[in-house]
Ligand binder design. Structure first.
Ligand SMILES: NC(=O)c1ccc[n+]([C@@H]2O[C@H](COP(=O)([O-])OP(=O)(O)OC[C@H]3O[C@@H](n4cnc5c(N)ncnc54)[C@H](OP(=O)(O)O)[C@@H]3O)[C@@H](O)[C@H]2O)c1
Length: 254
């Protein structure tokens, strides 16, 4: 069997590219030669600016922006229809990165609406995005699916149990699909970051003071960068022998 880990010429869908980790993943995959379909929800400007930044070196590659609310089934279906009509194909690489997490840590403060929204945005959307992506990947016998989960899946979190449950669900989804889809040349993995600054979720280290993510609790003594997350995502895209793995990127934090 031939080994195909080529990213150049592939189409990557990166959800939540208006945010810190998504934008870094998009830049990195673009540098590897991918075309990009990028989503935003409420912040269009960062995606437009990212596309303007990358366009001069695109050499004919398509870069498209798509508004999609991860909690809307209609938006997700439309996203794939629009990608098909603008790129002439479905995504070869899915980076399911868009996510929501409110810093509410006490279960007594988490109402059912907040639970539902968090599960829908982080877990339900990951399922639907994948379901919409796999037909094209199966057809060509090649695909890469990477979910951005969280250290929270294992319990440690500055957010609450709803966020942890949503991210643990994503890890289960990924591990099951890794086994089911391997025969089609599709790998599924998740990257579980912790305390990544330069993001809407965690702007800077100051934001972490007094929480379990305080840098004084992080063995390497600092927060992580969005580029470090992108490094791991790109590595997974280029490593087809790796599937069903959850990679914690946390500076040693457990
Ligand atoms: N930063 C960390 O330390 C950390 C740690 C663990 C896991 N994560 C995960 O990493 C992923 C990226 O987050 P980030 O750290 O880069 O934070 P961020 O900068 O706030 O980015 C979050 C992204 O998700 C999008 N998003 C939020 N709610 C959405 C919705 N309902 N529909 C569609 N898109 C939505 C945002 O879009 P708009 O801004 O356009 O609305 C934005 O692009 C998330 O899944 C998060 O859970 C982050």
């Amino acid at each position: 069997m031939t080994i195909d880990n080529e990213i150049s010429g592939r189409l990557a869908l990166v959800t939540g590219a208006s945010g810190g980790i998504g934008a870094a993943c998009a830049r990195d995959l673009f540098a590897q030669g991918a075309s990009l379909a990028l989503t935003y929800s409420s912040n269009k400007t960062p995606v437009d600016e990212l596309i303007e930044e990358l366009r001069p070196s695109a050499n004919g590659r398509k870069l498209t922006a798509h508004k999609a609310d991860m909690t809307s089934d209609e938006d997700l279906k439309k996203l794939y229809d629009d990608i098909k009509s603008e790129h002439g194909q479905g995504p070869d690489i899915l980076i399911a990165n868009a996510g929501y997490g409110k810093r509410t840590s006490d279960i007594l403060d988490i109402d059912i609406e907040e639970w539902d929204y968090t599960i829908n945005c982080n877990l339900r959307a990951s399922f639907l995005l994948t379901k919409l992506a796999v037909a094209h990947m199966i057809e060509q016998n090649w695909g890469r699916i990477i979910y951005i989960s969280s250290i929270a899946a294992g319990g440690t979190s500055i957010n609450g149990c709803h966020y942890s449950a949503s991210k643990a669900g994503v890890q289960g989804l990924s591990k099951n699909l890794a086994i089911k889809l391997a025969k089609h040349g599709i790998t599924c993995n998740d990257v579980a970051p912790a305390m990544i600054t330069g993001t809407g979720m965690i702007p800077d280290e100051e934001f972490l003071k007094g929480t379990p993510g305080d840098v004084k609790n992080i063995p390497v003594g600092r927060a992580g960068s969005t580029q470090e997350c992108a490094n791991v995502v790109t590595m997974l895209c280029k490593t087809g022998y790796m599937t069903g793995q959850s990679i914690l990127i946390s500076g040693g934090l457990k």
